[in-house]
Design a protein around this ligand. Structure first.
Ligand code: SAH
Length: 271
């Protein structure tokens, strides 16, 4: 019998049961033909292909991470399910696999870093505060700074469509390799300068930046839908970087400045 992780996936935070584990008899790297969309999006991959260290129980380790995030104040059940389902250890170098579920940022190559799980979770939760589709998902989302592709994979579970753009060819290629086994049909990776946004996919219900700039580029504001939300680390007048949330209505752009953060710089052009 095949157990399907329905969406929103049920989370039992008290039982110690790993979230969204593959069925015991699942060994394929690709979902079976006719698999439900929810199963396809989760992108289960055989545990025996793990690079090492995490072993057979990565679901349990992720479950502990999710419980910690819930204790830290992340409440959206769909987001918690997504964080429990996406195998973070597949996005970091083999030598760092053992730290993949710790609350720490990690190097991903070319001087860039993957954010701590609680920063990823916090930003996506802020993004999800905006208008949702009847399905409960956020609609089309633009991510600036694909990096290793981890956040794009999580977004793919909670948004209808994800466009993720990266300016470094090496990381764009790496993210493509990392995401391939997950077969996320709704996650689109783009190579280019994200400061210009991606006009072809606009308007976006949400825009999320994984790199911090001096100001929010006008292109992002233009490409945000009415009722949409933008979450971006941005430099403040005192020189520190803080999380900024912009909410666009027909009449105004409401800005909220939240906690201090430390993101890699938003740069223009490609390399
Ligand atoms: N979300 C990523 C985090 C990547 S770190 C993850 O889950 O791994 C931020 C990334 O933003 C870096 O890879 C950096 O190259 C990229 N970046 C910086 N400026 C950019 C720009 N203008 N357009 C696209 N990507 C940019």
């Amino acid at each position: 019998m095949t157990r399907r992780p329905g969406f929103p996936a049920r989370i039992d935070l008290g039982s110690g049961t790993p979230v969204a584990r593959p069925p015991a008899n699942s060994s394929a790297t690709a979902p079976a033909a006719g698999a439900s969309p929810a199963r396809t999006r989760t992108g289960f991959v055989s545990e025996n292909t793990l690079p090492g260290g995490i072993g057979l129980d990565s679901g349990a380790v992720r479950h502990r991470m999710v419980m910690k995030l819930a204790a830290q104040g992340i409440t959206d059940p769909r987001l918690l399910a997504a964080l429990g389902a996406v195998e973070r250890h597949r996005f970091v170098d083999t030598a760092l696999v053992n730290q993949a579920y710790e609350d720490t940022s990690l190097p991903i190559g070319l001087g860039q870093t993957i954010s701590k799980p609680n920063v990823v979770a916090r930003m996506i939760e802020l993004l999800l505060g905006g208008q949702r589709e009847p399905s409960g998902r956020l609609g089309r989302v633009l991510e600036i700074g694909t990096g290793c592709g981890y956040q794009a994979a999580v977004l793919g579970q909670v948004c209808g469509e994800v466009y993720s753009i990266e300016r470094l060819r090496g990381l764009h290629d790496k993210a493509r390799d990392n995401l391939r086994p997950f077969r996320l049909a709704n996650v689109h990776l783009l190579f280019g300068d994200g400061m210009k946004g991606f006009a072809k996919g606009a308007p976006y219900a949400g825009i999320i930046a994984a790199a911090g700039g001096e100001a929010v580029p006008q292109a992002w504001i233009d490409q945000l839908a009415i009722g949409g939300r933008l979450v971006a680390p941005t430099r403040m007048q005192d020189g520190r970087q803080a999380l900024v949330v912009l909410e666009k209505t027909a009449r105004e752009l409401k800005q909220t400045v939240l906690e201090a953060v430390h993101f890699v710089p938003l740069k223009s052009g490609i390399a």
